[in-house]
Design a protein around this ligand. Structure first.
Ligand code: NAI
Length: 437
């Protein structure tokens, strides 16, 4: 294990995003002292400890209790004694209180909040399951879905469907007519009051398409959304899924800054890389884990730091290069298996919801640490994915990357120039454009 030193010391110092106004309780805070909460390192297993989550399914598994009285009320007296015999381990009869089944806790139940979330592209492959997961989140009381009139399912249909799910979340939908409507003209109701805007709206890369062509198309789509956020919900965290994330995030963040807004609110979602690294390590070791993934969010710019988790560190060194490549290319596994009918949607929706919940938890005053691709002066910047702390204002703190092995060190040197080129594409896009007012 080598301490990583030759790419600039700034990579190790924990960066507090100081030049901007930071809410007083967070400024200069260290882990463990922020508002009295220790930031949670978000990982699936962290939720298992919550008693309310584990106690609920027992009720849900017994729906037949509520149905029983109809036998007795039906007047078919010969059935009544049977209804009073054993069902499972409980004896039912007229004297027994009827127990009504409880809603299934399909997601963590803490912390709670009443945040408004918008999913732009919410009727798409990622957008639908992402909307489902956010509608179940105990931090969300309103979910707005925006999509085009040409979406594979009408956004109103997704709204109607999700509106039948138990819980407090109110769901609305807004439809934009392709090549006619702009979000800045039509999405005022959907975006006003939003705390978090998740953006999977975009088009996938077509075979033979140049990277810059895709970049310009998806940046134009993202710009339409982000400029409307700047107008209607300038304090919201805007979390971008649309690819290429390495370039779209810098482009949108620079435009956001040109409009005088706080760059801590623009976040590139790289969580899928973390989720995949965790899964692949657990497959090998049988242990749950939390692997930080740094750099960027495409190909070689994805750098999982297996050495920084006990399960990951237990994997023999000669297996690491192959495992590293598997995380980098995992998207291709899904594209091939879907045989031309889409890319990662379900695992991406899971990952987007995980990041979205981390952001909302931070806004609710319970800081959470997750990897994300954000404005950062790590290694000369200006954008880098690493562990960040989400708090009351969005990205509150960028954590140091820690010790690297020789393999990780070499990979970091390899990825930095690639990432720089992709960032540059985004900066060039932003240099020649402004948000519409
Ligand atoms: P999809 O085509 O199924 O869904 C995209 C949705 O966005 C469609 O419903 C479409 O109508 C909508 N849309 C397009 N332009 C819009 C606009 N201006 N306003 C509102 N809605 C708009 O595609 P899928 O599979 O959901 O992927 C979406 C994006 O996510 C793609 O750019 C893809 O490359 C990216 N992606 C990112 C991943 C990541 O890890 N960050 C992983 C997988 C995909």
């Amino acid at each position: 294990m080598a301490f990583y030193g030759n790419l600039g010391a700034q990579g190790f110092a924990s960066q507090t995003l100081a030049p901007r106004t930071i809410a007083a309780p967070y400024a200069g805070a260290t882990v463990g002292t922020v508002s009295g909460y220790a930031p949670q390192v978000a990982q699936p297993r962290a939720y298992a400890a919550q008693p309310t989550f584990t106690s609920q399914p027992a009720f849900a598994a017994q729906p037949t209790y509520a149905a029983q009285p109809t036998y007795i009320q039906s007047g078919i007296s010969s059935l009544a004694p049977r209804a009073a015999t054993v069902l499972g381990s409980t004896v039912l009869g007229a004297a027994q209180p009827v127990r009504i089944s409880q809603p299934v806790a399909a997601a963590p139940t803490k912390p709670e909040g009443n945040f408004k979330v918008c999913v732009v592209g919410g009727a798409g492959g990622i957008g639908q399951p992402l909307s489902l997961l956010m509608a179940q989140c105990p931090l969300v009381s309103e979910l707005a879905i925006i999509d085009l009139n040409v979406a594979m399912v009408p956004a109103e249909g997704v709204q109607a469907d999700l509106s039948h799910i138990e819980g407090k979340c109110k769901v609305t939908s807004t439809v934009l007519v392709l090549n006619e409507d702009k979000a800045i003209d039509k999405a005022a109701d959907a975006l006003s009051g939003c705390d978090l805007v998740l953006v999977p709206a975009g088009v996938p890369r077509k075979p033979g398409q140049d990277r810059k062509d895709l970049l310009n198309i998806n940046c134009d789509i993202a710009k339409g959304t982000v400029e409307a956020c700047a107008k209607y919900c300038p304090n919201a965290v805007v979390a971008l899924i649309v690819n290429p994330v390495n370039s779209v995030v810098p482009a949108m963040c620079e435009l956001w800054k040109k409009a005088g807004l706080d760059p801590r609110k623009i976040v590139g979602i790289s969580t899928l890389d973390v989720v995949r690294a965790n899964k692949f390590v657990q497959e090998i070791t049988g242990m749950p884990c939390s692997i930080p993934v740094i750099g960027g969010h495409a190909g070689k710019t994805i750098l999982p730091l297996f050495s920084q988790d006990p399960a990951g560190a237990s994997i023999p060194g000669d297996m690491i290069p192959e495992l590293d490549e598997r995380v980098q290319n995992a998207g291709t596994e899904v594209v091939k298996a879907k045989n031309g009918k889409g890319s990662a949607t379900l695992s991406m929706a899971y990952s987007g919801a995980r990041l979205g919940k981390a952001v909302l938890s931070g806004l609710a005053g319970v800081p959470v640490i997750e990897c994300a691709y954000v404005e950062s002066n790590m290694f000369g910047g200006p954008y880098f994915a690493s562990q960040v702390e989400f708090g009351r204002e969005g990205v509150m703190r960028i954590l140091p990357i820690g010790d690297l092995t020789r393999h990780e060190e070499a990979r970091l040197e390899e990825l930095l120039p690639i990432l720089q080129d992709e960032i540059q594409d985004g900066l060039e896009y932003a240099a020649t454009r402004e948000f519409a007012q």
